[in-house]
Design a protein around this ligand. Structure first.
Ligand SMILES: Nc1nc2c(ncn2[C@@H]2O[C@H](COP(=O)(O)OP(=O)(O)O)[C@@H](O)[C@H]2O)c(=O)[nH]1
Ligand SMILES: [Mg+2]
Length: 374
């Protein structure tokens, strides 16, 4: 299942610029299996040099990177929860995403109109968050009535969910996102069943002036304050110049690297860790995802994602439901060990290719071959 990220922010914050940059990055990645996509969805490869090396080591036929879908969600304005603008439809679009990238205008280019007249990142963040919170509040108030009925019938999960919903409502009324309210063990899907927008992890993307890479401290502080309690899904922050990225995406790699080196003074600014890939990786980190690989001689080498802490059986399910159904065992090796051994047969000789059962907890960078009965 592909990971879906919704891009939100004030009008003119730079959402479409970021989206266009991401779209071009996706279109240029070789060997991407394109499917028909909607105009507001950018399918972006999660570029991973480890997979390139694994592919070369085993003699794979091609490289297929895991992807993230970015959705440009325009039209979120003050009053959206009441159907202002195209409000409700856009809120529905956000509900279907796994995480949110919240673009915040920081750049002070006089040539770009700000809907409120002046540049004020924290105010803008609060405007957007208030809309998300109000939408959540409406949903929660409606849902709590229904759940309360089941709770009165003595359903334990419903009792836990009702208590959680009441806490969530109190948090929202106090201006805190739902993600700060821990979900009870007895009702683990409470936030998902609510379709909560403010429970989703969020990556604040400061859209900064060209040449800058500094996250304004007030945005960093806000992100830290809105993160989930007790770890887990939270909030992150990055600085990018959306306009520059959309322009750089038009250039070939060499020209883009040269221009980056000119714009950003520190070493490393011109390497392949482009700000767009930082956005992609930021989204990955936000969702607690790890990467694993499948690769074989004359077959595609492919990267996949999995929630950290899940098992070989879950990994099999990511690859194909039939492979999961018929799971017998898995051959697993760390990507580095596979490289060191020069391939699978060398790894077998060294004993670094392990046989694992369905409960093996996958690690970031594992290369897996699932044996299954069809
Ligand atoms: N100077 C500058 N202008 C930007 C930047 N990002 C976006 N813009 C401009 O701001 C305007 C609105 O950007 P757009 O991406 O369409 O915003 P959206 O409404 O959030 O989709 C456009 O004219 C962009 O070229 C930036 O980083 N720096
Ligand atoms: Mg736009």
């Amino acid at each position: 299942m592909s990971t879906r990220i919704g891009i939100v922010g004030m009008p003119n914050a730079g959402k479409s610029s970021l989206f266009n940059a991401l779209t071009k990055a996706g279109a240029e990645a070789a060997n991407y299996p394109f499917t028909t996509i909607e105009p507001n969805v950018a399918v972006v490869p999660v570029v991973d040099p480890r997979l390139d090396q694994v592919a070369a080591t085993v003699g794979a036929s091609e490289i297929v990177y895991d992807t993230i879908d970015f959705h440009d969600i325009a039209g979120l304005v003050a009053g959206a929860h009441q159907g202002e603008g195209l409000g409700n439809r856009f809120l529905a679009n956000i509900r279907e995403t796994d995480a949110i990238v919240h673009v915040v205008r920081v750049h002070r280019d006089q040539g770009v109109v700000h809907p409120e007249g002046d540049v004020n990142p924290l105010r803008d963040i609060e405007t957007i968050e208030a809309e998300l919170a109000l939408a959540d509040l409406e949903q929660a108030e409606r849902r709590v009535e229904r759940v309360a009925k089941d709770a009165r019938g003595g359903d334990r999960a419903a009792v836990a969910e009702e208590a959680w919903l009441r806490e969530a409502i109190a948090a929202l009324q106090a201006g805190r996102p739902v993600r700060t309210v821990p979900v009870p063990e007895e009702a683990p899907h409470a936030a998902r069943d609510l379709g909560s927008l403010t429970a989703k992890p969020v990556l604040f993307l400061a859209n900064v002036d060209e040449g800058s890479e500094d996250v304004p401290p007030e945005i960093a502080a806000h992100a830290a304050g809105t993160a989930a309690v007790g770890g887990g899904l939270g909030a992150g922050v990055l600085a990018v110049s959306a306009r520059i990225e959309s322009e750089l995406a038009e250039l070939d790699d060499e020209d883009a690297a040269a221009m980056r080196a000119e714009l950003y003074s520190h070493p490393g600014a011109s390497d392949s860790h482009s700000p767009l890939q930082r956005v992609v990786r930021g989204a990955f980190a936000l969702l607690n995802l790890i990467a694993f690989f499948t690769a074989g001689e004359a077959k595609p080498a492919q990267s996949w994602h999995l929630r950290d802490g899940l098992t070989a059986w879950h990994a099999a399910g990511q690859i194909h439901s039939d492979i999961q159904k018929g799971f017998v065992r898995a051959e697993v090796i760390g990507w580095r060990e596979l490289l060191d051994a020069g391939g699978y047969s060398g790894a077998r000789e060294r004993g670094t290719l392990r046989l694992e059962g369905r409960d093996y907890v996958m690690r970031d960078g594992d290369v897996i071959t699932v044996k299954f009965t069809p």
